[in-house]
Each structure stands twice: as C-alpha cells, then as structure tokens.
Design a protein around this ligand. Structure first.
Ligand code: COA
Length: 261
C-alpha cells in the first residue's frame, strides 16, 4: 500500500496537516491537492479543532510547487481544473473560520509559496527558501501568487520575485514581510509554531473568526465597507458569552475560560 501523501493529526485543539512526499520535495499533485482540501474542510467542521498548522514532511521542503512531472503536453484546457483546484484550496484556507499557521521548513516555491501565503501567519526555519520560479518554466503563478504576493510584500518586490523567479532566504523573507518569524532550526520552528497555536487555542473562537474575516476584508473591499463590517463585528462580539467572561476575568484579575460562544 502506498504511503499517505498528506497526514492529518489533531491534539490539544490543534490540527496539523502535513504534506508527505518528502522525496519529491512535497510537490503538489492532484492527490495532494484533493487531500489537503478534504483535511482543511475536516478541520473547519470539527469543533475540537481551534487552530490549524500546515507544514511539509522532512527537512528539505514545505512544498516545492506544483508537480512538474504532470506538465509535459498539458495545454490550457487541461491545466485549468488543476489550477482552479489550487486557487480554491488557497481561498478555503484564507477564508475558513479558524486561524491557519504555515510552518515553512525548507523550500516554499511556486504553489508551496502560494499555499503559505494563503495561511494567516507564516513561521519559517532558517533553511527556508521562498520564490515564485514559474517564469523559469515559461509560465506564471496560478494559485493566487500574483494576487497575494504584492499584498504581502508590495508591488515592486512582488514584480521582482515573479519576473526573475529568484529564490530568497528566510532572513530576506522576514525583512520584506513575507514571514512573521524565523527560527534557527526546524525543531525550533515546530516548537515555536506549536507555542503560537496553543496561544491561539486559548483565544475566544467567535472573536477570532470575526477578526480574521474583518482583516481579510481589509484587502478586498473599500474603506467604507471595511469600516462598516468592523463596526458590525465589533458590536456582535458584545453579544457573546466569551465577551462577558473575558471582561469579568480581567476585572477579577483571573484567567478567562472561553467557551467560544
Ligand atoms: N515537481 C516535481 N518534482 C519535484 C519538484 C516539483 N515542483 N520539485 C522537486 N521535485 C523532485 C525532483 O524532481 C527530485 O526528484 P528525483 O530525486 O526523483 O529526481 C526531488 O524532488 C529533489 O529535487 P532536486 O531538484 O534533485 O533537488 P535540489 O536540491 O537540487 O533542488 C529545488 C531543489 C526545489 C530547487 C528544485 O527541485 C526545483 O527547482 N524544483 C522545482 C521548483 C518549481 O519550479 N516549482 C514551481 C512549479 S510550477
């Protein structure tokens, strides 16, 4: 029986989704994209899951992009469903109600970089390498890279990366805002990611969901729409049990026990 190409594990409110094709640098084929979609949906539906971590197996790669072995002889008509599946996966990750953290250990290239960018927060190990090398194959990013990269790092930097196909190291990714934090080793990366995820598990779920939606909206709509959504969401949190508990805990100088209601 062949080994599972994506792994799923839940512990202490955290679902960890691991792309598991280490000998192929976790390249994204149809099976991997479908399994990722299924597991993110599973995590979204499971009330026991409050935070999701996405990572890659092994020490070489988070994901080195779409599986290029499937490209020869493929024309625009044939490639569209695969690209759409990648885009839809990225939108699902970005818009699901729970925070998603990418733990980037090694290469995050092409679709790998694009999946990481769809996550809410990116942590990386010092050996991480980021890039959109599609131009070197005569193609362009197809899982949202041309849309999300400029939003994260600015238009000029995004153009340089997409036009050249160059890889950047973790410290440069940190400098331009592509990652939030860099760790010395892969072990430290996984430890630091778990620490952040555990911190978020303890936060009120309704408020987290609305904060994520409101922050995402800041990218997508006009200032007036965004402010209106933020106002509605802010007011909505005042109808939750968690808000009463959070405020009471502060005033009573104790730790809040959130119920995510
Ligand atoms: N698709 C399919 N296979 C891939 C892959 C991809 N995107 N990226 C890496 N692999 C495979 C290699 O073919 C190789 O498999 P093999 O041992 O069976 O030959 C294995 O992963 C290791 O890659 P290799 O190139 O030998 O390692 P390296 O350390 O010399 O280089 C990379 C690593 C990531 C720089 C290089 O593999 C690369 O450029 N990959 C393609 C990145 C890319 O263009 N992504 C966007 C695709 S649209």
């Amino acid at each position: 029986m062949s080994e599972q190409e994506v792994l799923y594990e839940v512990a202490d409110g955290i679902a960890t989704i691991t792309i598991n094709r280490p000998t192929k640098y976790n390249a994204l084929n149809n099976t991997v994209r479908s399994a990722l979609t299924d597991f993110f949906k599973k995590a979204e539906k499971d009330d026991a899951v409050r935070v999701v971590i996405l990572t890659g197996a092994g020490e070489k790669a988070f994901a080195a992009g779409a599986d290029i072995t499937g490209f020869p002889g493929i024309d625009s008509k044939k490639v569209r469903p695969a690209a759409l599946q990648g885009q839809e996966l990225s939108v699902y990750i970005e818009s699901m109600s729970k925070p998603v953290i990418a733990a980037v250990n090694g290469f995050a290239l092409g679709g790998g970089c694009e999946l990481a960018m769809a996550c809410d927060i990116r942590y990386a190990s010092a050996n991480a390498r980021f890039g959109q090398p599609e131009i070197l194959l005569g193609i362009i990013p197809g899982y949202g890279g041309t849309v999300r990269l400029p939003r994260l790092v600015g238009l000029g930097m995004a153009k340089e990366l997409v036009y050249t196909g160059d890889q950047i190291k973790a410290d440069e990714a940190l400098r331009i805002g592509l990652v939030n934090k860099v760790f010395d080793s892969i072990e430290a990366l996984h430890e630091g990611t778990k620490e952040l995820a555990t911190k978020l598990v303890g936060k009120p779920g309704v408020a987290l969901k609305l904060a994520k939606q409101s922050l995402n909206n800041a990218w997508q709509q006009t200032l007036t729409d965004n402010l209106a959504f933020e106002l509605d969401s802010f007011c909505q949190t005042f109808d939750t049990e968690d808000k009463e508990e959070g405020v009471a805990a502060f005033l009573e100088k104790r730790k809040a026990e959130f119920k995510h209601k």
